[in-house]
Design a binder for this molecule. Structure first.
Ligand code: HEM
Ligand code: HEM
Length: 174
């Protein structure tokens, strides 16, 4: 077998796109908005919905990944790099779940549902930064970005330097 199962491939790209969207929107649209800005509630609602959709898709992804046969691991020819590649893959799954869990914990602690349901920004805390889940969310966002960059660098190394056609393993075409 030369590639992952179709649902694994489809879910890889859909979740990759939505994760990058959540990271970019979180950093550049959500976080810069002050908590007394009326636009904050809509941004928070959209962000939380995206996070919950990702929870469903990531759970589906883990189920299909574990219940389908994966191609044998792609080797780089270096034992240490092969271990690193495994660590990066596991870390990508784990960090995304920590983002979702800390987001939900923050929403519960800060009473986000009541604020969004009533449409009243005054019900939001002055800032989320005093909440522990918020610190975890911000720190893990940075870690996730670094891990995604390492993952992309790894894919480029396989594709361009090793020329082992790694992209075919995650491609629906060809
Ligand atoms: C341009 C961006 C990306 C490219 C080119 C890319 C490419 C790939 C390729 C080729 C594989 C297959 C590796 C193999 O079979 O050994 C893979 C696996 C994987 N990718 Fe990506 N990816 C990208 C973005 C992402 C993002 C944003 C995430 C999530 C945060 C992600 C998470 C994963 C995970 C967890 C695996 C391991 C799959 C498994 O074996 O369970 N990828 N990626
Ligand atoms: C994979 C899923 C998620 C990603 C990638 C993500 C990403 C982000 C990022 C990048 C930030 C800005 C952090 C910073 O720059 O310090 C942020 C903030 C936030 N996120 Fe998420 N998030 C996710 C899921 C969730 C979920 C499920 C919820 C709630 C149910 C949530 C609630 C929040 C809140 C309340 C903030 C704080 C906004 C502020 O401080 O003004 N997130 N998120």
């Amino acid at each position: 077998m030369t590639r992952h199962a179709r649902p694994v491939i489809l879910l890889h790209w859909v979740t990759a796109l939505l994760i990058v969207l959540a990271l970019v929107a979180g950093k550049f649209m959500l976080e810069p908005l002050a908590n007394d800005d009326p636009a904050k509630l809509g941004a928070l609602r959209n962000h939380a919905i995206l996070g919950l959709v990702l929870l469903g898709l990531m759970l589906a992804r883990v189920v299909v990944r574990l219940s389908t046969k994966a191609p044998p691991p792609a080797s780089t020819g270096h034992a240490a790099l092969d271990v690193l590649s495994k660590v990066v893959h596991v870390a990508l799954y784990a960090l995304v779940f920590v983002m979702i869990a800390s987001g939900i914990a923050l929403a519960l602690q800060a009473g986000l549902r009541a604020a969004v349901a009533s449409g009243d920004v005054a019900l939001l805390p002055d800032s989320f930064h005093d909440y522990t889940p918020r610190r975890v969310h911000g720190l893990v966002a940075t870690l996730l970005i670094a891990t995604i960059l390492a993952h992309i660098l790894g894919a480029v190394y396989h594709q361009r330097v090793l020329k082992d056609g790694i992209m075919r393993r995650m491609s629906l075409r060809g």
